[in-house]
Design a binder for this molecule. Sequence first.
Ligand SMILES: [Zn+2]
Length: 196
Amino acid sequence: MSTKAMEQTNNIKKDNDKNKIFMWKNKRVSEKIYNLRVKQSNIGKKNKSRKSLEVEPTKHVVEGIRHVDFKFMLEKMYCEFCNYKLSLDNIEEESRRGLGSFLFIRCEYCLHISRVPTSRYQGGLKNPIFDINSKCALGAIHTGLGHTQVHKFLSILDVPKFTRSLFKKHERIVGKAIEAVAKESCNEAAAQDSES
Ligand SMILES: [Zn+2]
């Protein structure tokens, strides 16, 4: 956009009747909305330098293949501050946990950075447990794979590294669940035996 066009975009203009016309992003808005947008934009600019998010982001560009739950993610693709639709073009950082990620996306409208998860997770933002990681560990247990095999398999697919410690953590989570189910079915079988 040319400088002249930019000037016309967000300016307060005066028409022939000398009434003020408020323009924001090429749209005529009320004075109240104009002032609100200016305020939001200023807050967004302030947030640009602020690292307020609880999860420590790993500083690398989003490259390679990711596991994404599109339906889930699209529902989260709105600015946390002004609810404006977010764009994948504006990803600034990624915090990855195995096969799940948080994408840090800047709002085009107010410049606030929102955190968008790529799939469902349990627990808080400081220590999120992505369901996909537990499913991966479950799949590995069922097929008799260890971390090394899973890691090799994923790297051929160009999926980033799933650390050994995180993999083991999910193996433990899934292992406990398998144990509980096995115990329950044992108890049920015992109960049926005593009834018959
Ligand atoms: Zn926004």
